[in-house]
Ligand binder design. Structure first.
Ligand code: AMO
Length: 435
């Protein structure tokens, strides 16, 4: 019988021979007896090899194994009051599945502080550490919870092209790629496509897919490739309709992480709080006043900035609000597809902030063809290069709006990870293209 180590609690000492497959995390040779700690994705088990009781060849091989070798060990389970599991394995047979080279590029259990770059350079070994790897189990759970929540809201999952002819989020962050002698770009977001679909009758759609940004900023929250969770819905009365859906989706997801991710959260020693709902709403102008009364000197129309966002986060947390909206940013700051708030310099936009950081932006879109064309021109864009997009607005485009959520930013805030790269298996940024 082979058992994953997580199931050791169900193994009794009289269960007969068992097989454990895993990595040799540690070996202690005390002459007459050797102790091995074998680890799989679930945990560790102690293999106790008394020289007198174990086959000589098996003993010699066990005692000389390099750490992190992949092995399969069969033997008898015995009760033990010396081990955490209350049992140990007395080996009878050993198969070395893959011997580890020495020295290891990175210690797996050593408590030595290693530079993050060294960890990323040796990512597969880095991921052998349970606390590093577990984040990705939670990311996978998060992904499923989003699907679940979107199904309840009646959304259809779509897949839009990632090789595109024009950018939607400004020229500065476009990655150009050759395309059969023409130039094309990696999609910065599914923005233009999810909007085009709004003219089709698929009136509630979402996509969870990579988005690419040639971000020249080297920060803990920017990467060149991230997972974007986008939603778009039609026939809305205002952006409030979108925000209501988002709130329910966020609450479902965070509650699900707390509940279904309890084992992983315990391993990470993290507690996730369910944000207080409904999320409070601040306007951009209110934020400006709040920040300026805290000693910042922001002019009307100016971006709140990382520091401003952080400070608002602190002020909101003091009132017990982890998640909150910031609405009505200046229209000038927002992309061409966002609807202006008529007669004001503001827009029908929102950001969703989570403890001092923007995790999402969105808003109501400009669905009126002529107004959209004018907004594009005002922003110095050439409508000709958006021809296919604009066509979808000419034959009856319903009022619509949506959002884009950075999945890793959401996870980083939920788990308080400190760097977005902790939530990406193989991160891409200005300086990193490998592994
Ligand atoms: P925006 O450009 O604000 O909006 O992006 C939406 C969300 O995506 C995440 N994000 C990033 N995460 C990591 N690294 C990056 N370089 C990065 N850039 C963005 C953030 C951000 O809030 N089309 C609109 C959304 C919409 O209106 O529907 C858009 O892309 O969490």
């Amino acid at each position: 019988m082979a058992f994953p180590i997580k199931d050791t609690s169900t193994i009794r000492a009289d269960d007969g021979p068992v097989t454990v497959k895993g990595w040799v995390q540690d070996i202690r040779n005390l002459g007459g007896i050797s102790f091995l700690i074998v680890r799989d994705r679930h945990g560790t088990v102690q293999v106790t090899a008394p020289k007198k009781k174990v086959d000589a060849e098996v003993f010699a091989r066990l005692a000389s194994l390099p750490r992190e070798s992949a092995v399969s060990i069969s033997g008898e389970v015995k009760p033990s009051d010396q081990t955490e599991l209350g049992l140990e394995l007395i080996p009878q047979a050993l198969e070395v599945l893959s011997e580890a080279a020495t020295p290891l590029p990175l210690g797996v259990v050593d408590k030595v502080n290693v530079e993050f770059d060294t960890r990323l350079n040796n990512r597969p070994m880095d991921l052998r550490r349970p606390e590093v790897r577990t984040v990705f189990e939670l990311k996978s759970l998060l992904r499923h919870l989003l699907d679940e929540a979107m199904a309840v809201e009646g959304f259809t999952e779509i897949h839009t092209p990632k090789i595109v002819a024009s950018g939607a989020e400004g020229g500065a962050t476009l990655f150009e790629v050759g395309y059969f002698g023409r130039s094309s770009y990696l999609a910065q977001s599914p923005q233009l496509y999810k909007q085009m679909v709004m003219s089709s009758g698929l009136d509630r759609v979402y996509e969870i897919a990579p988005a690419f940004r040639a971000e020249k900023s080297n920060t803990v929250r920017h990467v060149s490739e991230f997972l974007s969770f986008d939603g778009e819905m039609a026939w809305i009365d205002s952006q409030r309709d979108i925000m209501d859906v988002m709130e329910r989706v966020m609450q479902h997801t965070i509650a699900g992480i707390k509940d279904k991710g309890a084992r992983q959260l315990e391993l990470l020693e993290k507690e996730v709080e369910l944000p207080k709902a409904p999320y409070p709403v601040l306007t951009y102008s209110q934020c400006l006043d709040m920040l300026n009364s805290e000693g910042m000197e922001l002019a009307e129309g100016e971006d709140l900035g990382t520091e401003g966002e952080r400070l608002i986060g602190e002020l909101m947390s003091d009132k017990g609000n982890d998640m909150y909206w910031i609405m009505e940013y200046p229209a000038e700051e927002k992309p061409f597809y966002i609807m202006e708030k008529e007669g004001t310099p503001y827009s029908h936009s929102f950001d969703l902030d989570y403890r001092g950081q923007e995790i999402s932006s969105g808003g109501q879109r400009e669905h009126r063809y002529d107004v959209l064309l004018k907004r594009m021109e005002d922003k110095g864009l050439d409508p000709v290069s958006f021809n296919d997009y604009l066509e979808a607005f000419r034959y009856g485009m319903p009022p619509h709006g949506g959002w884009g959520i950075g999945v890793e930013r959401l996870l980083v805030k939920m788990l308080d990870l400190g760097n977005i790269r902790e939530a990406i298996l193989f991160p891409r940024d200005m300086h990193r293209l490998a592994p």
